[in-house]
Ligand binder design. Structure first.
Ligand code: FAD
Length: 393
């Protein structure tokens, strides 16, 4: 079914990608730009793929991938950069400020002018679908439940079909799943008290709370707390919801108007193992899912795509037999995934409480972060490029 190095140059390599969410769509584009013929299928129509009220916090690893695929420039009008990130422990009333200048410089990159960027789901998916439609190597099969059921042989299958991943289950890849007691509520609001380029990660005893700028005075809130409490909040009238929000936010941040409907959803720690089987690789949320603290989720998904793109390019150039791609992919991805899942889980456990034994440890950690620029640089570098591409300041 798969080809050797010499045969790879004779005919185009073929891939089938399951799932046209942000990971599958980008993976299909990346494979096509590496010279592969790609079938991308999703049971949902384009309108449903676009219609999610979400905003993603993008880090520098995602910016690099989008730039390489020529998507960064067209997204400029939709990116809300944040130049400062305020980390606050509300139980201790202690705050640490991170700035773009804290990020170590990567060779080949100009010095960062933002810690990260917030991007809404709709313009991202609109651009991805438009790019896919214009790509001659991609056959897009949306709204077709049988779209990927073809028996035509391919060199690679990519499961990007989300955390339930029917394709991963069909391949009998093990999947470890541990739900958090905390859920997550997302809502967009108009807010007073924050700069337009300032993001906040508030550690509250009931769970982390992110405040992410969307441009002007609009902000996306990502509120973690016990799921039943969030489900109650979700059902409140707007005025009552804004009151509950005021009680949760620090005094200086005041939410004034709701811009969309609050939505609560469960959060879990999930990991598929192994990340490949018989010509199939598992990417994005089909492979891993983490707590939203630190906004790592989609960036980790897209680092899967970046590695897949590099390996696909090597196969296309005849430097790697296609049968070795899945194994190489799994070998290069597991450590980054393990470290991000571990770090996000540790942050939630360490900060979502008022444990008297943990408070001094948190106080010390935050004091060190506030005083030691090298420690801020290291932690920001791990968050921005992934723990496996740490740069020392
Ligand atoms: C309710 C909710 C709210 C979220 N809010 C935020 C947020 O505010 N900010 C943030 O950063 N992250 C958020 N996330 C996480 C974020 O959405 C994910 O990190 C991101 O969507 C992962 O992309 P993905 O493409 O891997 O998976 P998905 O986006 O889940 O895409 C999977 C795709 O696979 C398709 N599919 C399913 N079955 C099949 C099949 N049999 N064959 C082919 N295709 C199939 C699905 O239709 C879907 O389009 C949220 C997640 C959820 C569940």
């Amino acid at each position: 079914m798969r080809r050797s190095v010499t045969a790879a140059t004779a005919a185009p390599l073929r891939a089938r990608v399951f799932g046209a969410g942000p990971t599958g769509a980008l993976a299909a584009l990346a494979l096509a730009r590496s010279g592969w013929q790609v079938v991308l299928c999703d049971p949902q129509p384009a309108a449903a793929l676009l219609d999610r009220s979400r905003a993603y916090a993008l880090t520098h690893s995602s910016a690099e991938l989008l730039e390489g695929l020529g998507l960064w420039q067209p997204l400029q009008a939709h990116l809300a950069p944040f130049r400062r990130l305020e980390l606050c422990d509300q139980a201790l009333q202690q705050q640490v400020s991170f700035g773009a200048a804290d990020l170590p410089v990567h060779p080949g990159r100009s010095p960062a002018d933002a810690v990260g960027w917030i991007l809404q789901h709709r313009p991202l998916m609109a651009l991805l679908l438009q790019a896919l439609e214009g790509e001659s190597g991609v056959s897009l099969r949306l709204a077709d439940p049988a779209g990927c059921s073809s028996e035509l042989p391919v060199d690679l299958e990519v499961a990007a079909d989300g955390h339930h991943s029917p394709r991963r289950r069909a391949a009998r890849i093990r999947h470890w799943h541990r739900p958090y007691r905390q859920g997550c509520l997302t809502v967009q609001v108009r807010l007073r008290g924050s700069e337009a380029d300032q993001a906040w990660e508030l550690f509250r005893p009931e769970g982390p709370f992110a405040v992410l700028p969307l441009g002007g005075d609009a902000f996306q809130l990502v509120w973690s707390a016990p799921l039943p409490r969030l489900q109650q909040l979700e059902r409140l009238e707007p005025v009552a919801f804004l009151d509950a929000l005021s009680a949760a936010l620090p005094e200086r941040l005041q939410a004034e108007v709701l811009l969309d409907q609050p939505r609560a959803f469960p959060v879990a720690l999930e990991w598929a193992w192994p990340l490949q089987r018989r010509g199939l690789v598992v990417v994005g949320e089909a492979a891993h899912r983490s707590h939203p603290v630190g906004g790592q989720g989609l960036n980790l998904c897209w680092r899967d795509v970046a590695v897949l793109q590099q390996l696909a390019g090597q196969v296309q150039a005849g430097r790697l037999p296609s049968r070795q791609l899945p194994g190489r992919y799994a070998a290069r991805r597991w450590l980054d995934i393990a470290l991000v899942l571990f770090a996000t889980d540790a942050l939630v456990r360490l900060f979502s409480n008022r444990q008297p034994l943990l408070l001094p440890l948190r106080r010390l950690g935050l004091a060190l972060l506030a005083r030691a620029p090298w420690l801020r640089a290291l932690s920001l570098s791990a968050m921005s490029d992934g723990p496996c591409r740490l740069r020392w300041p």
